[in-house]
Design a protein around this ligand. Structure first.
Ligand code: GDP
Length: 139
């Protein structure tokens, strides 16, 4: 299935603001299928492991603090060309720069509280899918 999967997380701002239903609908309308989904509360260690690649960045501590500030909804999504199409659907990291109609443009408030995560490569999509859904045997 490599190439057809991506991993998203509806971040704490999306859940706290009651936007999860609208965002999930937006994702489904764009042709993605939900292969796995759950609502969880991350702890500091798990959030730090997920964002390990950013450990040396100035905003790492803030980012982890934000990601554990409330529940999140990780999902495995399936669609042809999933990674690139989903990145297009969510828009730029900074919502002020996200194209009109993208999820971050519609729902995000800041570069940190930017509502959704989207994998940036097929390799990371698989790694991230297993990170959250280690119980799924075949992806
Ligand atoms: P993404 O692939 O669009 O999610 O962006 P990155 O991989 O560059 O960054 C990961 C996450 O870190 C982003 O989604 C934001 O939540 C957060 N982030 C990125 N840049 C900044 C920043 O300058 N300040 C803060 N506080 N958070 C940031």
């Amino acid at each position: 299935m490599n190439g057809n999967l991506t991993l998203t997380i509806l971040k704490p701002d999306a859940v706290a603001n009651g936007h999860t239903g609208k965002i999930i609908d937006h994702i489904l309308q764009a042709g993605f299928r939900i292969k796995a989904m759950k609502l969880i509360q991350l702890d500091e260690r798990t959030a730090g492991m997920f964002y390990d690649i950013h450990r040396e960045r100035s905003f790492f501590k803030e980012l982890v603090g934000f990601m554990i500030s409330g529940p999140v909804v990780p999902m495995i999504l399936e669609k042809e060309n999933a990674v690139a199409d989903f990145r297009e659907l969510i828009g730029a990291t900074d919502p002020a720069k996200a194209a009109p109609g993208t999820i971050r443009n519609l729902y995000a408030r800041s570069i940190e509280a930017n509502t959704v995560h989207g994998s940036d490569s097929d390799e990371n999509a698989l790694r991230e899918a297993h990170f959250f859904f280690s119980d799924l045997e075949t992806l």
